[in-house]
Design a binder for this molecule. Structure first.
Ligand code: SF4
Length: 295
């Protein structure tokens, strides 16, 4: 029987970090503060906006399709926003917070105006305290986990439509592992029906973009290939040490001169070096120590 606790867990974001850079993967997904034993994370306004809007929209799946849009969506948003308000959401001024909150409100008003498939039947994948997950490879003890934002049920074909809500301005790049991962999660955790459609909903521009579904076997091959590289790197790190394995290809960060690396990892290097450029703002929902980057 494989042991889930010793397995390597991979997700869209952790593999994305790994593809970007090995040290980025280490800092975002493995490093734990020796004093608290917690992972660390930098919070920022864009992330908080995404969390607050996603929470409202994904929460609608708990209600029956025909009365779903009767909810007071803006009141739900106001209530949920409290969790990300202030420094713990990465906001450094009231003006900045008000600007981001207003952006989310406009997105939700557009959804209320034209809820599209949100008024149709949907399904949810089985989940306990952890995000949805399954063994991508029992042989290699690798678990793939993630959350699909919305899964519409398509009665005409008795199949599924997977949707990802986007609160950012940037379009998902071609070659992203997001849809392959969603497809694999649905295939493993909802055996009854196949996924036949996939879309990104860009909430700011209110644009729904249908994407071609990847072939399931190609999706499995591509995701496993990256996941195996992650596992191999972790195995090497266990043997040779994390700092020797997960090195920045642009040169190690120098805390004296603050040179080295790039902006992607630098805020995390500030945390590791107790730099005054970052400020601790609390412990997050996944027990991670949260910091903001001071301006
Ligand atoms: S600092 Fe930049 S280049 Fe270096 S590991 Fe991080 S993301 Fe990669």
């Amino acid at each position: 029987m494989p042991d889930k606790y010793s397995a390597v867990w991979v997700s869209h974001s952790s593999m994305g970090d790994f593809i970007k850079c090995p040290r980025s993967y280490y800092l975002h997904n493995m490093y734990k503060d020796p004093k608290t034993g917690h992972k660390v994370s930098i919070v920022n306004p864009h992330m908080s906006l995404g969390v607050a809007v996603h929470e409202v929209l994904e929460g609608l799946a708990d209600f029956p399709a025909d009365t779903r849009m009767d909810r007071d969506i803006l009141a739900l948003y106001d209530a949920g926003w409290k969790k990300v308000s202030g420094k713990k959401g990465g906001f450094t001024s009231d003006e900045e917070e008000a600007e981001f909150k207003a952006r989310g409100k406009v997105m939700l008003e557009k959804v209320m105006n034209d809820p599209r498939f949100l008024v149709n039947k949907c399904i949810k994948l089985p989940q306990d305290k952890m995000p949805c997950n399954f063994y991508l490879s029992e042989e290699h003890n690798i678990i793939l986990n993630g959350l699909v934002d919305w899964i519409e049920y398509l009665p005409d074909t008795d199949s599924l439509h997977i949707i990802d809500f986007k609160t950012g301005k940037n379009e998902e790049k071609d070659g992203s592992l997001q849809l392959p991962i969603y497809l694999l999660l649905c295939d493993a955790l909802h055996k009854k029906r196949k996924v036949t459609k996939a879309s990104y909903w860009y909430l700011e521009s209110d644009k729904l973009v249908e994407k071609e579904l990847p072939d399931i076997e190609n999706a499995r091959r591509d995701v496993l290939e990256i996941a195996m590289k992650v596992k191999e790197a972790r195995d090497v790190a266990k043997r040779d040490g994390f700092e020797k394995t997960f090195v920045c290809p642009q040169g190690a960060y120098n805390p004296e001169t603050k040179d080295g690396g790039c902006n992607n990892c630098r805020p995390y290097e500030f945390i590791l070096n107790s730099d005054s450029l970052v400020e601790f703002v609390g412990v997050g929902g996944f027990n991670q120590d949260m910091y903001i980057l001071k301006k």
